[in-house]
Ligand binder design. Sequence first.
Ligand SMILES: [Zn+2]
Length: 282
Amino acid sequence: MHWSIGKVKITKVVELETIGSTRFILPLASKEEIQKLPWLFPHFATEEGRLKMSIHSLVVETPKRRIVVDTGLGNDKQGRGIPTWNDRNGPFLQTLTDAGFPPDSIDTVLCTHLHVDHVGWNTKLVDGKWVPTFPNARYLFGKTEYEHWRDHSDEPYQAAVFHDSVKPIMDAGRAELIASDAQLTDEIRMIPTPGHSPGHMSLHITSDGEEGLLTGDVAHHPCQMAHLDWSSTADSDPQQSAATRRQLFSRFADRPVLVIGGHFDAGHIKRQGEAFKYVALA
Ligand SMILES: [Zn+2]
């Protein structure tokens, strides 16, 4: 699936799609509450009120760069908190290659934040060693985000993620730490969107008068646009996360801005009463 913003092309490459089983991440999004939001159907929820989500990468092509935004779960990883995320043997790199993006053609990898489902394919296991999956890319991590996890990966699950998917990139000299409001290319500027994690960033894309916004995990699911206070269990600061949602969605609502989430598809944000709704692109 792909979209255009002026001269910038965005392609979604899916690693994993899920329906339901999201209670652990968004405990307030009960089936009953979801069924009260008719605009979620059929794109973002089933009729029974189960949430549709995905783990995907977004390949962003500008006239000069080929950027992978977020890198999913990866294969062969160990020590993950969710058992099915261990020892994965998925075809993601083949899917990426089939979509026209062999790993060696990627010149930039950007992680919106450094959680388990956004950094996995930064590395792959070769002869027992974690090496950069994208051999010709420079990897961009938010400085605030990187320093936080470097100094606070005490919890074993997060330590595993840092050591197999982030640190090897640093050790290989392929990482570059960027400010949360960095200008990445002529078309792409980062927006600091803390709350889900301390240094979480979103991408604002402008080209030929058109606009796009890649929100990462500012929201895990569009239902959080109607309920800004529905924070995810993975949010490091739930209050900040809700404030960031209000601020970001207010800025981009009711404008022809193409929005794509870290775990949901493209749409437009519209104001609805005190909060927002999300209209899928057909
Ligand atoms: Zn995520």
